[in-house]
Design a binder for this molecule. Structure first.
Ligand code: ZME
Length: 541
């Protein structure tokens, strides 16, 4: 027995000697005999080479960089539990940050001096997603690994039962299930079904205690709601059970142009108030086009033709409007029979709307073409060399009652002379489809509707990043002064005070759940919510 223990110890130690500084910091000798093998297995999936750590040291935002000591490549959720236990066995635990596609904008998926978990490695290499997307036999839900990309969940569910699909989508699909569920997951279907986190039935979570827990509204409910929108603070989401609907075959995709914010928002709010039986849209979003974006939009527009963009530019000139708006809607249907019905519905609805006459633009696409539309933008931007650029994105939830004030102060004030490259999204959602028990924060509930406003801008030229950052700060400052109770979505705050204000009445719960499920504060240090953890990991470098 003692000999066996010594042998493992030697194995671990010699293994340690073959790799670099990170493992040398680890204290293995204190571990129990069984844990030595465990530690060896964890160590074999850690890499400290330059390529691995560099890859995991930046994100889509390209604003902050932080080099981890190692990257972990799990092949099962149990591996992640092992990594966390190894961390907790240390006198100074190292931090652990799950990273999917790394689409965070401000280093939320990074672990300075800690370990980044390459979640995609759970999906394996073959084309079968590691068998980690499974539809239930009654076809009402899909179990998807936290590491799965939404585009892969879509492809897998479409193959089942004559075509099934989740009900709520983000605009961009090449991001992971665990990542979007740790934030909320919003898009044009959310007005009806709520955010993606309102459509989850069950989760598997590896908590910051190293425990693997299954949770749902009936079981470990506190962890279930904490992890949804939990910004990676309580556990790593390794599986989500997501509600399904029958997928449509085709989509009638429409944009209506407006030259004033009042009629734009009035029509959006009218349409999101129509939910089940009344004729309406299955998807509603909208965008704001500041004057100068129109000409620059050519390259990346996946919807408008060049001549349509000319008409929109003319509209801005003729109406002397510094911003024009378009509302975007989509109606789902299946075949030629239902196409006629969709035409009828569209005509009926258009009667009730007050877009600029003659300025309705209609497309007809497959369901997948519709859902993957930003994927096409991505290809264009990549080939133009403007995808891997800094993205100082600012996403805000704005109370409905203040949205015109926001429009005046931000689009016609702060951003009046801005030359943004990248879309500005603006669309309302019904708050009754959100669950207050989740960690995601929404504006005060005096309004039953709030807007998502996304300033999704790219820094493409010298000086852009600094200017965009100044504009973002000025937008937040404007809201603050005007008393507009905005909340950031995909939030970033520099101080714990900022986070306390962000979470408001939920802060107490966030702290309590952190104490219960990640008491050593090792998880997702890049969020900067519990700075003590980040400081500790810096120390140990
Ligand atoms: C960088 C880029 C973002 C190019 C297109 N986009 C987007 N377009 C429309 N909606 C979006 C979006 N990114 C998130 N939502």
């Amino acid at each position: 027995m003692a000999q066996a223990r010594f042998a493992t110890f030697l194995a671990v130690t010699s293994f340690l000697c073959t790799i670099t500084h990170f493992q040398h910091m680890l204290v293995i000798a204190n571990a129990l005999p069984n844990d030595d093998l465990f530690a060896l297995d964890v160590l074999s999936k850690l890499r400290t080479d330059h390529d691995s750590t560099m890859e995991a040291s930046s994100d889509f935002g390209h604003i902050v960089q932080a080099i981890p000591n190692a990257v972990f490549y799990p092949t099962s959720p149990t591996d992640i539990a092992g990594l966390i236990k190894l961390s907790l066995s240390q006198p100074r635990p190292f931090t652990v940050a799950p990273r999917g596609r790394g689409h965070s904008a401000r280093g939320q998926a990074l672990a300075p001096g800690g370990v980044v978990v390459d979640m995609r490695s759970l999906a394996g290499r073959g084309g079968d997603h590691g068998h980690r997307v499974n539809v239930s036999s009654d076809e009402s839900w899909v179990d998807a690994g936290g590491e799965q990309l939404w585009i892969d969940v879509l492809r897998a569910t479409l193959e089942r039962g004559g075509g099934l699909a989740p009900r709520v989508w983000t605009d961009y699909l090449r991001i992971t299930v665990g990542g979007t569920l740790s934030n909320g997951g919003i898009g044009g279907q959310a007005f009806r079904h709520g955010p993606q986190i309102s459509n989850v039935l069950e989760l598997d979570v590896v908590a910051g205690t190293g425990e693997m827990l299954t949770c749902s509204p009936d079981k470990n409910a506190d962890l279930f709601f904490a992890a949804l929108g939990g910004l990676g603070q309580f556990g790593v989401i390794t599986r989500a059970r997501i509600a399904l609907e029958r997928a449509p075959k085709r989509v009638r995709w429409v944009r209506f142009a407006y030259s004033d914010a009042r009629s734009f928002t009035r029509d959006q709010e009218l349409l999101i108030s129509r939910r089940d039986s009344e004729p309406g849209f299955d998807y509603i979003e909208g965008q704001v086009q500041l004057n100068r974006t129109l000409t620059e939009g050519r390259r990346s527009s996946s919807f408008f033709s060049a001549s349509e963009l000319d008409r929109l530019t003319n509209l801005a000139v003729e109406t002397r409007s510094s911003a024009i708006y378009f509302m975007e809607g989509a109606m789902y249907y299946d075949d030629d029979d239902t196409a006629a019905f969709v035409d009828q519905r569209l005509a009926m609805i258009s009667e009730d709307l007050s877009f600029v006459p003659g300025h309705a633009f209609v497309r007809d696409v497959s369901y997948v073409e519709f859902l993957d539309r930003v994927g096409r933008d991505e290809q264009k931007l990549r080939s133009a060399g403007v995808w891997d650029v800094p993205h100082p994105w600012l996403n805000l939830f704005v109370p409905r009652s203040r949205v015109l004030h926001f429009d005046a102060g931000v689009f016609k004030g702060v951003l009046k002379d801005a030359r943004p490259v990248g879309p500005i999204l603006m669309y309302p959602m019904n708050r009754d489809a959100w669950d207050d028990r989740t960690t995601t924060v929404t504006p005060p509930d005096d309004d039953d509707v709030f807007y998502a406003v996304g300033l999704l801008r790219s820094a493409v030229a010298a000086g852009d990043l600094e200017r965009l950052e100044r504009e973002n700060a000025a937008v937040l400052e404007f809201c603050d002064r005007a008393g507009i109770a905005c909340k950031q979505y995909l939030p970033h705050h520099d101080s714990q005070d900022g986070w306390k204000r962000h979470f408001g009445e939920k802060w107490g719960r966030v702290e309590a759940m952190k104490r219960k499920y990640d008491p050593r504060a090792i998880l997702s240090p890049g969020q900067g919510i519990f700075p003590a953890a980040a400081a500790a990991s810096h120390d140990s470098v």
